[in-house]
Design a protein around this ligand. Structure first.
Ligand code: SF4
Length: 461
């Protein structure tokens, strides 16, 4: 029986789509309208950045935020400003395809909602990468938007492409992921394919596909998912739990999936040990880039926030010192690629003058906080303000996440320490374990000072 399009499932998808902000679907928050701009590959041109900065000034009171999927969202959109803002963003080429179909806002909004393909911010420019996933991501994004059979896909349904770069979000589960074989083989098997897991935690990895078959295979899996998912089943893990892997693969084959069944041998996939990207000093400051005397400069926005001046300043730096391209990361920051090494000091100075962090030793480079009191009605505390207070304290060398409620919007994966607000002045403190939850509870109903005392590393003797 095909469940795709059943009235009950449609209602659950519509509810999910309505609650999830997009470029067309603005959602009301405490501080005004909220618009999420999904960036293809986390990238935008300097021209687009200037257009977005101008639109933000004209239509919104709030800041821009870098999301944990390397997108940007604009807060505080004024009442009645939605249509003008949406038009400005579509005109800047930041909307879904095809732009000529813009009169059909429902179709446009659905296409926008499924633009969830994540690649490394270093894709195509990392000396260590094994393949450049940029073109594959672009082809996949286009095919996903054009496939009307995917109209009911949840806006949370996401794909990850791992090309073996230094920095990839490879521990966070994705509905579908593809990962290049990590071994040095004369004829590598291609891209390992996984479901409802992550390349470094490959719970479901039934086999591999050739790069030229990757788009067809991912689309076939999505179509199979759409047909098998029943009401309330919005993610791949739901269908796998309900119907099992073999049913899904068999249905995907009918849609043209080309998958060679195999178990990944040791070393074929990345391991889960090592420094996580959010704590990796290699994501900030001057870093190597493939090709000639070029380098890239990584930065972090304090608590993920940028204002229009900062975005315009980034556009200016990328135009003057790079090739007019900006990339954003899932770790509250971004990078300026294609900078000649001789211009790196000027780029670093420019970023610091904009108020951006380029040094991993800065405490704000390790602090995450959700929208907090000014942006979210659910919050129990002013997480952003508390994070700024915390940045002045002596902190452990872990990531620290302040969450206004258990939804954990600011962190896709559990941070080293999580402070979960319980009221305006108190937090429960957790230390990450091996699971997907916040981890071991180290204390309840703590003031920030008490929590800092528990987290602080013991003084050296
Ligand atoms: S984690 Fe909770 S309080 Fe924070 S932004 Fe998300 S929903 Fe709001």
């Amino acid at each position: 029986m095909q469940n795709h399009g059943s009235p009950r499932r449609n209602r659950s998808v519509q509810a999910a789509q309505a609650a999830c902000p997009g470029l067309i679907n603005l959602v009301q928050a405490v501080d005004g309208g909220l618009c999420r701009i999904r960036l293809a590959g986390g990238r935008m041109t300097a021209v687009q950045a200037r257009a977005l900065a101008a639109a933000a000034r004209e239509h919104a009171e709030g800041p821009l935020e870098i999301t944990n999927r390397a997108n940007l969202q604009l807060r505080g959109i004024r009442a009645e400003a939605g249509p003008g803002l949406i038009q400005a963003l579509i005109d800047a080429g930041l909307g879904p395809l095809p732009a000529s179909d813009r009169v059909d806002t429902v179709a446009l909004s659905r296409r926008d909602a499924r633009r969830n393909v994540m690649i490394s911010p270093l894709a195509g420019i990392d000396p260590q990468m094994r393949i450049d996933t940029s073109a594959l991501a672009a082809d996949l994004l286009q095919a996903m938007q054009q496939d009307a059979a995917l109209d009911g896909l949840s806006p949370k349904f996401a794909v990850l492409l791992d090309g073996g770069e230094r920095l990839v979000d490879r521990r966070h589960p994705h509905d579908i992921w593809l990962c290049i074989d990590q071994r040095d083989l004369p004829q590598p098997p291609g891209l390992w394919l996984g479901l409802a897991s992550a390349p470094a935690v490959p719970v479901h990895c039934p086999g591999y596909t050739a790069p030229q078959d990757a788009v067809t295979t991912v689309l076939a899996l999505m179509r199979a998912f759409m047909e098998l998912a029943t009401a309330g089943q919005l993610r791949m893990r739901d269908v796998l739990a309900d119907q099992g892997l073999q049913v899904l693969l068999s249905r995907a084959r009918r849609h043209g999936a080309r998958l060679k069944l195999a178990t990944p041998p040791a070393g074929a996939l990345p391991c889960a040990t090592g420094v996580e990207p959010p704590l990796d000093p290699a994501r900030l400051g001057q870093q190597p880039q493939a090709g000639g005397d070029l380098c890239l400069i990584g930065f972090q926005a304090p608590l993920a926030r940028l204002d229009a001046d900062m975005l315009e300043g980034l556009a200016e730096l990328s135009s003057q010192l790079g090739r007019g391209e900006l990339r954003f990361t899932p770790w509250q920051g971004g990078l300026l690629p294609h900078i000649r090494a001789v211009n790196a000091p000027a780029a670093l100075t420019g970023l610091r003058q904009l108020g951006l962090i380029t040094d991993a030793a800065d405490p704000l480079a390790r602090l995450l906080a959700c929208a907090g009191r000014r942006g979210c009605a659910r919050t129990q505390a002013d997480t952003k303000a508390d994070a700024l207070r915390l940045a002045r304290a002596e902190l452990p060398p872990t990531g620290i996440h302040l969450s206004g409620c258990p939804r954990s919007c600011a962190a896709a994966s559990p941070a080293g320490h999580t402070l979960l607000a319980v009221d305006g002045n108190h937090y429960d403190l957790y230390r990450r374990g091996s699971g997907r939850d916040f981890g071991e509870c180290l204390g309840r109903h703590l003031t920030l000072e008490m929590a800092t005392g528990i987290m602080r590393p013991p003084a050296a003797e």
